[in-house]
Ligand binder design. Sequence first.
Ligand code: ATP
Ligand code: MG
Length: 495
Amino acid sequence: MASLLSPAPPAKPTSISPSVSKHRTQTHLYSLRSRPKRSLIRCNSFIDNALHLGQSLPVLPVFQSGYEQFQRFAGEIPDAEKWGIALFSGLTWTYLTARPGVLMGAIDAYILAPLQMGFDSLTGKRRLEKRDFLITDRLGEGSFGIVYSGVVVPKNVNVDDSVKKMGRGRGLELAERFKKKVILKQMKLGVRGAQECGDVEEWFNYRLSRAAPETCAEFLGSFVENKTNSQLIKGGKWLVWKFEGDRDLCDYMKDRNFPLNLEPIMFGRVLQGLDSLGRDALIIKQIMRQIITSLKKIHDTGIVHRDVKPANLVVTKKGKIKIIDFGAATDLRIGKNYFPNLGLLDPDYCPPELYVLPKETPVPPPEPVAAFLSPILWQLNSPDLFDMYSAGIVLLQMAIPTLRSTAGLKNFNLEIKALRYDLNQWRVSTRLRPDLRILDLDGGRGWDLATKLISERGFLRRGRLSAAAALRHPYFLLGGDQAAAVLSKLSLMTR
Ligand SMILES: Nc1ncnc2c1ncn2[C@@H]1O[C@H](COP(=O)(O)OP(=O)(O)OP(=O)(O)O)[C@@H](O)[C@H]1O
Ligand SMILES: [Mg+2]
């Protein structure tokens, strides 16, 4: 057979010999390194080369003639008009990217959300069912929902009904068998607004899972109960999250040892070279930094949480704070869950203005119109400052032990209201005998931050620090908490 075939041509080397390729790589690296110095020359020679190559390649003349046409066209426009176009483009860009981000919002709504939906459908995330989970413990009950912890039943495991029945209250045993722990929220049936609240919470969780996933608990999806039995009623909605941690900030604050009880998970060790007050202060600063950083990210998307409080801040095993419970949130980019007269908030953490926008703000127009107007609405009303007041109360509670109890906080709220939210006045007139040592450290930076968060809205509804401005406050600048957190990470890595 071989003789029937014509002799094969001598084989050409198909790969570059090691020495050559090494040489080329080095040259390439060299040109990358030297780029900053010679960028202009390189740029010109690149264009020269491209034009030269254009004579031999068929594609480039198209670009070349396009470029020439553009140059001719641009040359014909008078200078004044050119400036006009540049100014208009600049202003349009600024408007579209100003908070709450009309452009990013549109990309999210028309591209990312459908993509996420398609991806989730393919991976089965949107086809959850009740039998995918076992409920282990009941954690609590809010106005609209009952919260349980549970576990994911792996697809290949058939859990018989008897095990299901023994599920409740047998958390530990089952968690041992099925490793993946979850949180399930059953929206109440028969309570007005509860199912809508579930839909809203689901919407916000999907939105944040795209826009700022690191700020909140990982959302796993939802399902609707499809049969009625002794415990469940057909039609009820369930929301499911990854179980992020055993305790929320409220649980930690109830402990007499707070904030030192958070030291091991936040920093991985005892903070060296500091007295106990200094350690307390550093832990509190790290918590506040995380809360405000997350709030900044959430506000950047146009969302105001409206229910920031320790019970809605879950602490993960790694010492990360996750914001949960978006049932009261509102997206002021498109007016989602915004009703002018609706007050659904916790009075202990609610700012004096009570509403996220002035009460006279009308109901939102259709979504695209609302989105287009949202930068103006945001600039005029700074709705994000609503959450910043609540963050200020969380700071006070963490730093002043007597404000951690419900009664202590209620008394504080009565006093501060009577003083028109002037924290400096409160300091000299309160009967609660607060221990302010933590806030007074470092020349009173913590106290100064607190006074700029706990305040009434001033001129143009401003007068309270936004999350971005708070992070630039001297309290956070040069904060030893960050250095300690980095050191703790390094020591964990080398262990
Ligand atoms: N993903 C999670 N990981 C760990 N714990 C969680 C998680 N989600 C909720 N929890 C715990 O469950 C408690 C209640 O949850 P959540 O705040 O969502 O509901 P709620 O306030 O009771 O209900 P409502 O929506 O009616 O206000 C939280 O305070 C927290 O301790
Ligand atoms: Mg809650």
